[in-house]
Design a protein around this ligand. Structure first.
Ligand code: SF4
Length: 269
């Protein structure tokens, strides 16, 4: 199956071909990318479009096998989990909150502050602040403790995401076919997640990292995104957009192995 993107040819924009072959489906199209100096933030909409396309194609393949995605409006069961966002998304969230009219901005900021007070009282702040440097066992412990506090994401309203168009890629990539009650209960053994052939978040978290640090992932817990972005407001220096975008596509393809090497569409985890 082919996904069509709309190229926007212009003097300073080049149509870059994107081909992602997951075996069960193929994503093929072109995205208009600036040729001049471009930041990661400039290309975040393109990265999100690819994430949405991968999620859409995989969901369709899974549903074609008879399963049913149970996520939807009014179900925010997963929005009390520890959610990580890439650094470029943290900066974007800060901007989104900054652009909100009052009193809404104040309400959201108050929710962030209240959540941070609870996390501090629970002694989780030191681990949250070094989330990218934790061992797998420490991540499991932090994830469990965080979920145990049942702190709703500050953007969750009436069990729906109030920033749906701006939600992080991690949120876009979390889809289940199991009963929502298992997500709400945190019973991991009963949660059936759709396994994506590649995760855009993994590429976002490694994007524009110096080659010597390519094994590093750069991400921030969503609940710390605003304070992190306040301290780190600027993207890495701008680079030619096409070069930056092709690097991103390369990071996506690295996860897939040879063409058609993604997992079977019904695979879940
Ligand atoms: S950003 Fe939206 S989808 Fe993601 S955890 Fe928060 S409320 Fe849920």
């Amino acid at each position: 199956m082919a996904e069509r993107y709309e190229a926007r040819p212009a003097a300073d924009v080049e149509a870059v071909e994107v081909v992602l072959d997951a075996g069960a489906w193929e994503l093929r199209g072109a995205l208009g990318v600036p040729t001049g100096p471009t930041t990661l933030s400039d290309l975040l909409p393109a990265a999100r479009a690819i994430a949405d396309a991968v999620v859409g194609e995989t969901s369709a393949a899974v549903e074609g096998l008879g399963a049913c995605v149970s996520c939807g409006p009014g179900c925010g069961a997963c929005c009390r989990m520890l959610v990580n966002v890439s650094e470029v998304e943290a900066r974007r969230l800060r901007q989104v909150v900054h652009d909100l009219p009052e009193p809404r901005r104040g309400e959201i900021l108050a929710r962030f502050a209240a959540a941070l007070r609870r996390l501090d009282a629970a002694g989780l702040m030191p681990a949250l602040r070094r989330a990218g440097g934790l061992t797998p066992a420490q991540v499991d412990a932090l994830t469990g403790a965080y979920f145990g506090l049942k702190i709703p994401c500050p953007f969750l309203e009436a069990e729906s995401c109030s920033i749906y168009e701006e939600r992080p890629v991690t949120c876009r990539e979390y889809l289940v076919t199991s009963d929502p009650k298992h997500c709400a209960e945190g019973s991991a053994a009963d949660v059936v997640r759709i396994q994506l052939p590649l995760k855009t978040f993994n590429a976002l978290a490694r994007w524009d990292v110096p080659p010597a640090e390519h094994f590093l992932e750069r991400f921030v817990p969503l609940i710390l995104a605003l304070e992190w972005a306040e301290a780190h407001p600027h993207d890495p220096p701008a680079r030619p957009g096409v070069e930056l975008f092709r690097e991103f596509i390369g990071l996506l393809k690295e996860q897939m192995g040879p063409p058609g090497g993604g997992p079977a569409p019904g695979a879940t985890a």
